[in-house]
Design a protein around this ligand. Structure first.
Ligand code: ARG
Length: 462
């Protein structure tokens, strides 16, 4: 019997069963975390007098050889050894002999795998936090160059009120800021050590879990061994935060697709971020934001599959939990791809300020402002809304925008109109007039930009 757990068995495992129950095909991604965890575990065992220091040295030496083989690609993963934990333990014993069998003292694969997953996510989450900051940085630099760039702001995808392009982009800055905070906050719950929980109930050996935590850089230790080995809420939380981040990136991508269309022509994506058509020579397709938008679906899917895996499981470990891995790896890979492309795509896009300006000159998105204008001249808002509605209808019928109307035409609706109405109607003035906190006027945007810098600096210095 070559299985590490073979003692109790009299028959070989069915090959299909072996294939079906193995996770080595994908959990080899955890190899480095697994070895790092084992190194800390034997160190702690020796400090606690559970194994001798010479055994510890020998095991550490062997683990380093195994690590080297994994890193240089000569390690042979064996599906009959089921998962990464047993592949490594088997390789260790092959390398240093029976003393390698002492590594698994006082632990189980259940606390071991949970530890590996925590370690993997701590690394990934920190990595994503810095990638989100790169996206924020790219947004911020576009915003800084376009405070005065006016474009139509939309509701219901109907032109609503002119806004600054900086203001529109900064809206995403704050969404990503919250996404980043969620990831940062999740580290509190991810930096908790399960190791030493054993299979479910703890161990009879005099181990020191806090020492292992210290060696591995964990902030805390799970206080309940059954909880430690049987929950995967830290992964659900990661998948949920990832879903939210993808949702935000997907919305921005959608805007980029729309803005770069022939109908809008508000931006042009850099050639290096687009692809062509095999049949239509004129085409330049925004494949990257389209795929990013689509890949959001698989991230949501991974969240739902893990929630579903967990919902009916009795305590403690169940083999079902092996299904926590592929969705997590896939999500990490999907986030990586999206975040890495989004920042340079934003940085390199050309903003077509003239087209944006032309668009606001050719719509009725300044209508609210003359409604407000009449209020300032003494009319109630309801009354003025009605008057302006009639003026807009009048304009539409004659193919005239508000700025094309003459003073006589304005006065025919109400004598309250005076020459200054033409100033109020200019799109730049419409934008500049929104000076309430968080509004789109340049003064308010300057406040936002300062705040945005503070947020990035705080995180950089932290
Ligand atoms: N490959 C397993 C997993 O990912 C490791 C834990 C196995 N534990 C067990 N009792 N069979 O969940």
């Amino acid at each position: 019997m070559s299985k590490l757990w073979g003692g109790r068995f009299t028959k070989e495992t069915n090959k299909l069963v072996e294939e079906y129950t193995a996770s080595i095909q994908y959990d080899k991604e955890l190899a480095e975390e697994d070895i790092e965890g084992s190194l800390a575990h034997v160190q702690m065992l020796s400090e606690c007098g559970v194994i001798s220091s010479s055994d510890m040295e020998e095991i550490k030496r062997g683990l380093h050889v195994v690590l080297e083989n994994i890193q240089n690609g000569t390690f042979e993963y064996d599906v009959s050894q089921e998962d990464i934990h047993m592949n490594i333990e088997k390789a260790l014993i092959d390398e240093i002999g029976p003393v390698g069998g002492k590594l698994h003292t006082g632990r189980s694969r259940n606390d071991q795998v949970a530890t590996d997953m925590h370690m993997y996510l701590i690394k990934k989450v920190n990595h994503f936090i810095s990638h989100i900051e790169e996206v924020q940085q790219a947004i911020l630099s576009q915003a800084e160059s376009h405070v005065e760039t006016v474009l139509p702001g939309y509701t219901h995808l109907q032109r609503a009120q002119p806004v600054s392009f900086a203001h529109h982009m900064l809206a995403y800055f704050w969404m990503f800021e919250r996404d980043k905070e969620r990831f940062q906050d999740s580290l509190k719950r991810t930096s908790m050590l399960p190791l030493g929980a054993g299979a479910l109930a703890g161990t009879t050996f005099p181990i020191d879990r806090h020492r292992t935590a210290e060696l591995l850089g964990f902030d805390a230790v799970y206080p309940n061994s059954m909880d430690a080995v049987s929950d995967r809420d830290f992964i659900v939380e990661f998948l949920s935060n990832a879903s939210m981040l993808m949702m935000h990136m997907s919305r921005l991508s959608e805007e980029m697709v729309i803005w770069s269309s022939q109908e809008f022509q508000f931006i042009e994506l850099d050639d290096s971020f687009c692809t062509g058509s095999s049949i239509m020579p004129q085409k330049k397709n925004p494949d990257v934001p389209e795929l990013l938008r689509a890949k959001t679906g698989r991230v949501y899917g991974n969240l739902f599959s893990l929630l579903t895996v967990l919902k009916g499981l009795p305590l403690a470990y169940n083999k079902d939990m092996q299904e926590d891995k592929e969705g997590m790896f896939d999500t990490a890979k999907t986030l990586d791809g999206a975040l890495q492309l989004l920042a340079p795509m934003i940085e390199t896009m050309t903003v077509k300020t003239e087209n944006m300006k032309q668009a606001v000159n050719e719509d009725y998105s300044n209508a609210t402002d003359i409604a407000d204008y009449l209020v300032n001249k003494g009319m109630t808002f309801r009354e003025s809304h009605e008057v302006i509605g009639k003026i807009v209808l009048y304009g539409i019928e004659r193919k005239k925008f508000l700025l094309d109307l003459t003073m006589e035409e304005f006065k025919s609706f109400t004598p309250l109109f005076e020459e200054d109405v033409f100033e109020v109607l200019k799109p730049a003035n419409v934008m500049n007039a929104r000076k309430s906190y968080g509004g789109t006027s340049p003064e308010q945007i300057a406040i936002q930009i300062r705040l945005a810098h503070d947020h990035l600096n705080v995180k950089e210095n932290a």
